[in-house]
Design a protein around this ligand. Structure first.
Ligand code: SF4
Length: 477
């Protein structure tokens, strides 16, 4: 059936009241329970031993650093082979991949994706995503956090909550105010789980699916190289452009409490220092969540990153291996890396979208692939100006939501006008511009055809998981 016919049928099913008061299913809220995989006592002890190792003396630290440096000097291909084979012991066994990096952290390559196509020029390559910080640099940054004197240059630095910085009680030296060993110990504390969900099972059952996701620090994070004891700043969103200025994951619940920012730092630290264990844990948790979803007769959806992005090709490959290892689970991700949004080798159970706010060079990569005929889904964030006047507001201009917390379109005419404007601005056919509410009532097809508008409140993320969604338009909230 032609998609316009489907749309007409759907529109007939929808009465005008629905547009005034959309009743789409919102994200549910709840907790992750005992089904979660726990780290073994033995592993806990082993890693606690590692954390203690972070308290090594300066001399010891230097010796290890210099040993590591000469090892790195000697190794290029051999290192990569060794790393690949070590990683291959886990869920990634048998998967062939190549690495081309020279820098490693704890044995994990963090160089960002190298664009291999010869027609893509130098400017499209990404920056180096990591930077070893001296103790003085960390100390000075902590000074600025504690004293409220952060500079413009600190804007995109790793977020550290002031409560995670402990004073050194015994030091009289004003240049040694903060307990960096304690800070390192917090970061290297083992994580208990990777995946999390806000969904309540009762609501998920109604919706037919449950979503789990994982979080990394947005823009950049601070980790400890567990071999050398060095603090290392890792760029976690190498493709981010202007989105950095309004990043949702650098505010609110993501960073408001000492635990929230620290748990993201711990996850990144674990990933950087123990990639094999991280991926095994990820794989195990997907399987546990799948069991739970199956038991309740619903689909499992896994969102890779609700904050952060793939910061290296290798990290991406490892994550795709987990997806391959769980073919009955749907994985999805938003990315600002054009090459990943265009990856033809992604497993069939993975849906990607290129989200707005990336570096212009990444947009060029996407253009290049589109010109070559590749379909790439966009997730475009609409500014408030682009939908001003569409929704019912009160005298103060605040959205009047329905009983389930959803924004309400003023009238079918207002919606029609919005569709036309969107079509003109983004050069798309306005007919298949539908609301999230309309989308969830259409059985998922295989070909991209729908342009789905996600309202500021009350709409969910299922459009990101569907192959028949050509683009998503996410209204800023
Ligand atoms: S890519 Fe996402 S998480 Fe990273 S800076 Fe942009 S909006 Fe924030």
């Amino acid at each position: 059936m032609d998609f316009r016919k489907i749309l007409n049928t759907i529109n007939e099913m929808l009465d005008e009241e629905e547009l005034k008061s959309p009743t789409s299913k919102p994200n549910d809220h709840g907790v992750w329970d005992e089904e979660t995989g726990r780290i073994t006592q033995r592993e806990r002890e082993r890693r606690a031993g590692k954390a203690d190792g972070d308290r090594m003396t300066q001399g010891e630290r230097k010796r290890r650093a210099s040993a590591k440096a000469s090892h790195e000097k000697m190794s290029t291909n051999e290192d990569d082979k060794g790393l690949t084979s070590a990683i291959g012991k886990g869920v990634m066994a048998g998967v062939k991949r190549t690495t081309n990096s020279k820098r490693k952290l704890g044995g994990f390559d963090v160089k960002p994706i190298t664009i291999q196509d010869s027609e893509v020029d130098e400017a499209l390559k990404l920056d180096a995503p990591q930077n070893v910080l001296s103790r003085k640099e960390v100390h000075d940054y902590m000074d600025r956090i504690k004293d409220g004197t952060k500079t413009k240059a600190d804007r995109f630095k790793p977020i550290v909550h002031g409560s995670n910085i402990k004073a050194l009680l015994k030091s009289d030296d004003p240049n040694d105010r903060w307990d960096l060993d304690d800070f390192a110990k917090q970061i290297t504390t083992p994580i208990k789980q990777i995946l999390d969900t806000n969904a309540k099972m009762a609501k998920s059952k109604k919706e037919g699916s449950i979503t789990y996701d994982l979080t990394l620090p947005a823009i950049s994070g601070i980790v400890v190289d567990e071999e050398t004891g060095d603090f290392v700043e890792v760029t976690t969103c190498p493709g981010a452009g202007e989105c950095k200025l309004i990043c949702y994951a650098r505010k609110g619940g993501y960073v408001m409490f000492p635990n929230s920012s620290m748990s993201a730092a711990r996850a990144l630290n674990f990933l950087m220092n123990h990639p094999t264990e991280y991926m095994d844990m990820f794989d195990r948790e997907v399987k546990q969540a799948k069991k739970l979803a199956d038991k309740n007769g619903i689909k499992l959806l896994v969102r890779i990153h609700d904050a952060g992005d793939f910061f290296s090709k290798q990290y991406y490959d490892l994550s795709m291996d987990v997806a391959r290892n769980n073919p009955d689970t749907k994985f999805y991700f938003y990315t600002k890396i054009g090459e990943l949004a265009a990856d033809s080798n992604a497993p069939p159970n993975v849906v990607s979208q290129f989200s707005s706010g990336s570096k212009p060079s990444e947009v060029n990569v996407v253009k290049f692939h589109r010109n070559a005929g590749k379909k790439i889904k966009d997730a475009i964030t609409l500014s408030k100006d682009e939908f001003r006047g569409l929704f019912v507001t009160d005298a103060k201009g605040k959205y009047v939501k329905d009983t389930e917390g959803r924004t309400q379109v003023k009238s079918p005419e207002a919606w029609k006008q919005f569709q036309q404007q969107l079509g003109q601005k983004y050069n798309i056919d306005p007919e298949p511009v539908i609301t999230y509410y309309q989308m969830v009532r259409i059985p998922e097809g295989t070909d991209p055809k729908w342009n789905v508008v996600v309202f500021p409140a009350g709409h969910g993320d299922l459009g990101a998981t569907r192959r028949d969604v050509e683009n998503q338009f996410l209204m800023f909230h």
